[in-house]
Design a protein around this ligand. Structure first.
Ligand code: NI
Ligand code: MN
Length: 227
């Protein structure tokens, strides 16, 4: 497998493989945990899970500087286009598309979505992404849902999921998600950014590795792991 995951805090991460960089949910400028700045990124694509302020506020600046294509649900992609992003690719949950780097399929997530100006941002989603021979399932912000069992039939290598609780799955439901998806590797995110979502990621790792066959990698902010 040849795909590198780098964590930038909260739900922001990059995947790099086959000479392509994918940036997920850029939230850097106002992210108390972020060490990187929007200027540090030159992604080829930006993939958005939903329109909440903690998932997309640096998208326009990064996309315009790097000519990145923004991938997300149609309503969110159209809004980004209206904000000045030249290249967008709108999709909907359940839809997949083969990009030059690999396939992206948007997945069902149970979560709210509203853009900062009050616009409707479409439904929240996750994504199953193929890059560098690795299949990554990023659940996005979501409750545990039985649909995850169906995505588990798609031979997921790496599962990236929130454990923060309050706004998303907490550690107990995230562990049940791991059992539904049956990945080789689990990477937790969307925790410790603010007091309501403080969690013990090492305890989550211990539980995952005790109760499933997966390896759980706790990736710190600005750290990378090759998958
Ligand atoms: Ni959200
Ligand atoms: Mn969030």
């Amino acid at each position: 497998m040849t795909c590198t995951y780098t964590y930038h805090g909260h739900a922001c991460f990059t995947l790099e493989g086959d000479g392509v960089t994918l940036l997920f949910d850029p939230f850097l400028t106002d992210n108390p945990d972020a060490k990187a700045k929007p200027e540090d990124f030159s992604p080829d694509y930006i993939i958005l899970s939903h329109g909440h302020f903690d998932h997309m506020p640096d998208t326009v600046a990064i996309a315009n500087r790097s000519d990145a294509t923004v991938i997300g649900v149609f309503e969110l992609a159209s809004w980004m286009n209206s904000q000045g992003v030249a290249s967008v690719h709108g999709m909907q949950p359940g839809g997949s598309f083969k990009f030059p780097f690999g396939r992206v399929k948007l997945t069902i997530a149970h979560h709210g979505t509203m853009l900062p100006d009050g616009s409707y941002g479409g439904v929240a989603v996750g994504a199953i992404v193929d890059l560098g021979g690795v299949r990554v399932y990023f659940t996005g912000d979501t409750a545990l849902t039985y649909d995850m069992k169906l995505y588990g039939e798609e031979h997921i290598d790496v599962l990236v999921l929130p454990i923060g609780d309050n706004y998303t799955m907490g550690p107990e439901d995230a562990l049940r998600c791991v059992k539904f998806v049956n990945p080789k590797v689990v990477i937790p995110l969307h925790y410790n950014t603010w007091p309501p979502i403080v969690q013990d990621a090492q305890a989550f790792k211990t539980a995952v590795e005790a109760e499933t066959d997966a390896t759980c990698i706790v990736v710190g902010v600005a750290e990378s792991v090759t998958l």
